[in-house]
Design a protein around this ligand. Sequence first.
Ligand SMILES: [Zn+2]
Length: 288
Amino acid sequence: MIVFKNKHVTVFQSSIVQTNSTVIETEDMILVVDPAWLPSEVEMLRVEVEKLIREADRPVYLLFTHSDFDHVLGYGAFPKAKTIASIGVKEHSAKEEIVKKIKAFDDEIYVKRQYEIEFPQINHVIVEDGQKLTLGATVLTFYRAPGHTADGIFTVIDSLGIFIGGDYLSDQEFPFIENRKDYERTLVKAAGIVENHPITLYIPGHGQPTDDTREIIRRQQNDLQYIRKLTELFSVGNKKNELEEHINQYEFIEGIRQEHDKNMEVVKKEIVQDTSQNLWNEDLEDRK
Ligand SMILES: [Zn+2]
């Protein structure tokens, strides 16, 4: 289903967890972001790209926002494309596990794909904040975006006003946190991007794209609040009801509630570790 379209951008949304796959075209290139989920949906993207190439032959690039299996499973459908992702994706330590997850998903719903399932090989590697990639006259600027996964990136295309976020700032999901401090810093970075780049469209990994910068910042604030409440649960205590209220704003809460439980475990572990580290340091101080 197409959930957003303008002259340069088409956002296709999967019927599974509202995953967005984006096709961007300029005179110089075609960029496909996170081609996702069902074989018929990936095929639709492939056909769209073929159509664009017929209209005007241009190189095709495939961008992965991060390494979660649903975001890389369409890799094999675009064998001629040059790929773009972070160094973390390129050097992922558990590529086989991710391929296994894709295969397990396909087996569970009995689907076959027209292409081989492989972990992506990466041609253009993103290492640092502000790194640029020039494709003809189109300049892509990247930022590291850890927190959901360590290997996430933000992509900005100034000339088109586009900000591609991966699994951040969704209207359908509270933060799914792998590292709390990184996640917070990445959210702060997102607001900086909105401030410093001429952003007119934000495309999340899941949920509705938005062309309203106030809505991007609303999501950013909302997600920061969630993380702060989560943190206070283990430091000050007593925020359980507020947290419950917070997560109940999401339409599909029963589907994502287990992610909230996982978040609580992650944050709890981080805070306990922090305090034990502090104690250890104080011990050392005492002994001096
Ligand atoms: Zn995702």
